[in-house]
Design a protein around this ligand. Structure first.
Ligand SMILES: NC(=O)c1ccc[n+]([C@@H]2O[C@H](COP(=O)([O-])OP(=O)(O)OC[C@H]3O[C@@H](n4cnc5c(N)ncnc54)[C@H](OP(=O)(O)O)[C@@H]3O)[C@@H](O)[C@H]2O)c1
Length: 342
């Protein structure tokens, strides 16, 4: 029956029990069961429907200072969640409201209402609140438009192009009249980028024997905007092909996240110098004050069919660690999600 929620007796949740060295593995995580918490005044109980696994979570598993504090060991992981309110002692939320927020990797979370917001399940699939109409979509939108500043006719290269952020950034660049070239890790992904998302060209970095040569053929007029999701050797190759006054959007460096020691590569500042180019890093929360603007525009494009999206959905809370690990193996096309309950 629609809307009716059956409460399981216990609340399963996933803890981080050790800090990964290099590539994380299943032993870094543990699932426990505890009773469903009781609510205090002003609180709501949320049944997790979907949870998001995101590359930035790898950074929080390290005991190092960053823009967000490390996850404490032996505590439940926190991430993006879409859920349904199943009990409310907060006048702002009613049973069956669908909400999104940073909540526990668990069957249930308790919230005082401050870290959640309601979403309209009629505008788009509720899963989009964790993807194209959520944090990854906003990252693509602000990174590309505010830092990349793409102009019609320019060439935009996107690394990590077939993932949650990359697919959105590439499609927005197409809407702005650019030539768009994606770099991704399988032929299935490069076909998807070209055939379904309208990229002009796409390169499989795992099979190419000469990335720089393939890139220069795909970008005959050089590279004006580079939206970097991965860093490492892919970025080294791109940097040799940038144009005068190119803009480098430093969004993510996933190729480096599992390294034990900092990677030493070519020094890129001379490339910036001789091309009068700029490189700028950003965190999507820098744009928190403009998130409504980004969300309205992205929603309009999705509803109009101008932006397409794919989601890779793994079933079961117990499989969340495996889904997270899959991000580093390139198992996802589009946004990687975990379905926790119906
Ligand atoms: N600045 C911000 O505020 C912000 C916000 C969100 C995300 N990000 C960053 O943006 C990037 C993309 O995030 P996302 O959520 O959209 O993830 P995603 O692209 O959906 O998933 C990660 C993808 O990265 C690729 N990858 C993994 N290891 C790689 C390696 N060693 N070299 C090259 N590619 C590799 C894989 O695709 P392949 O098959 O192509 O290898 C994988 O599918 C990440 O670096 C993330 O940290 C930044």
């Amino acid at each position: 029956m629609t809307g009716e929620i059956v409460l399981t007796k216990m609340n399963r949740s996933i803890l981080l029990v050790s800090r990964p060295e290099r590539m994380p593995n299943e032993t870094n995580f543990r699932m426990i069961e505890t009773p469903i918490p009781d609510l205090g005044e002003g609180e709501v109980l949320i049944r997790t429907l979907y949870l998001s696994v995101d590359p930035y979570m790898r950074g929080r598993m390290r005991d190092a200072k960053s823009y967000v504090p490390p996850f404490p060991l032996n505590e439940v992981l926190i991430g993006g969640v879409v859920g349904r309110i199943v009990e409310s002692k907060n006048p702002d939320f009613s049973t069956n409201d669908i909400v999104v927020g940073r909540l526990k990797w668990a069957d249930y979370s308790v919230s005082n209402g401050q870290e959640i917001k309601k979403i309209d399940p009629h505008t788009a699939s509720i899963t989009t609140a964790l993807g194209i109409l959520g944090m990854p979509g906003l990252t693509a939108y602000f990174g590309l438009l505010d830092i990349g500043k793409p102009q019609p006719g320019e060439t935009v290269v996107i690394s990590g192009a077939a993932g949650a952020v990359g697919t959105v950034a590439g499609q927005i660049a197409k809407l702005y009249g650019c030539r768009v070239v994606g770099i991704a890790g399988s032929d299935e992904k490069t076909h998807y980028l070209i055939e379904e998302l309208g990229f002009d060209s796409a390169i499989n970095y795992k099979t190419t024997t000469n990335l720089k040569k393939e890139l220069s053929e795909a970008c005959p007029k050089g590279i004006d905007v580079y939206f970097d999701n991965v860093g490492g050797e892919i970025t080294d190759a791109v940097m040799t092909l940038i144009n005068y006054q190119a803009r480098i959007v430093v969004c993510g460096q996933i190729a480096l996240y599992n390294l034990e020691k900092p990677d030493v590569g070519p020094r890129i500042l001379p490339n910036l110098l001789i091309k009068s180019a700029s490189a700028k890093g950003f965190i999507v929360s820098d744009y928190a004050h403009r998130s409504q603007e980004g969300l309205s525009q992205l929603t309009e494009w999705v509803v109009q069919g101008k932006l397409r999206y794919r989601e890779n959905i793994v079933e079961g809370l117990e499989n969340a660690p495996a889904a997270f690990l899959g991000l580093f193996l390139g198992e996802n096309t589009g946004k990687q999600l975990v379905k926790v309950s119906d």
